[in-house]
Design a protein around this ligand. Structure first.
Ligand code: CTP
Ligand code: MG
Length: 186
């Protein structure tokens, strides 16, 4: 795979198009703060005496995340017809967004996040303690795996997103710090 295929602007556009519903699922699950909260592990512990997933993984948050992904992907499916794809000199591989693909991407994102929490608890990380890189990439990897069951995906998207997502996360946190919304700049 040529470097240009990974770091080219067209690969970035294709990759972002694909991952927007996953960002929505992962970023909007915290809206469950405003609902009733049912923890997925029902408060139970694993053999090691620590929580299976922890209080941060709820049924409500999972459903909200998946629904947001379905909704955004459905909207993108409509927006597709109004976007200037012909600006590209080469045909792009734009994932066929719609509710079904949105469901797979959202389900993947939420599942990846829950699997990640399982391993964080096993490693002794208490709920909410950050695990840099892993916290930003878990949901992307699983979105890819789940989406690959229904549409063709490209490894070059995964590589691109693995690099830019942690960078975005860092800059967003830094802006929140400058705005006084966050205590630490990371
Ligand atoms: N959330 C939820 N259900 C999910 C995922 C997230 O309710 N399946 C909500 C929880 O309120 C959670 C918040 O979104 O606290 C932020 O999610 P995340 O950072 O993934 O959870 P943490 O609380 O940091 O827990 P962990 O250490 O297990 O990652
Ligand atoms: Mg967290």
């Amino acid at each position: 795979m040529a470097l240009m295929e990974i770091f080219g602007i067209f690969n970035l556009v294709e990759a972002f198009w694909f991952i927007i519903p996953a960002y929505a699922a992962n970023g909007l699950a915290p809206l469950s703060k405003f609902t009733r909260r049912t923890t997925i592990d029902k408060g139970k512990n694993w053999r090691d005496g620590r929580r299976i997933f922890g209080d941060g993984k709820t049924l409500e948050g999972s459903i909200i995340g998946i629904l947001m992904s379905v909704f955004i992907a459905g909207f993108m499916g409509l927006a597709f017809f109004f976007l200037p794809w012909d600006l590209s000199p080469i045909p792009m591989q734009i994932a066929p967004m719609g509710p079904l693909l949105g469901f797979m991407i959202g389900l993947g994102a939420i599942t990846g996040d829950i699997v990640k929490s399982f391993f964080k608890r096993r490693l002794g990380f208490e709920r909410g303690r950050s695990m840099p890189i892993v916290d930003q990439l878990d949901f992307i990897l699983f979105s890819f795996l789940f989406a690959a069951l229904v549409v063709p995906v490209k490894i070059s998207w995964l590589i691109m997103l693995a690099i830019v997502t942690p960078l975005f996360h860092l800059s967003a946190n830094y802006m929140a710090y400058l705005l006084g919304v966050k205590k630490e700049p990371w």
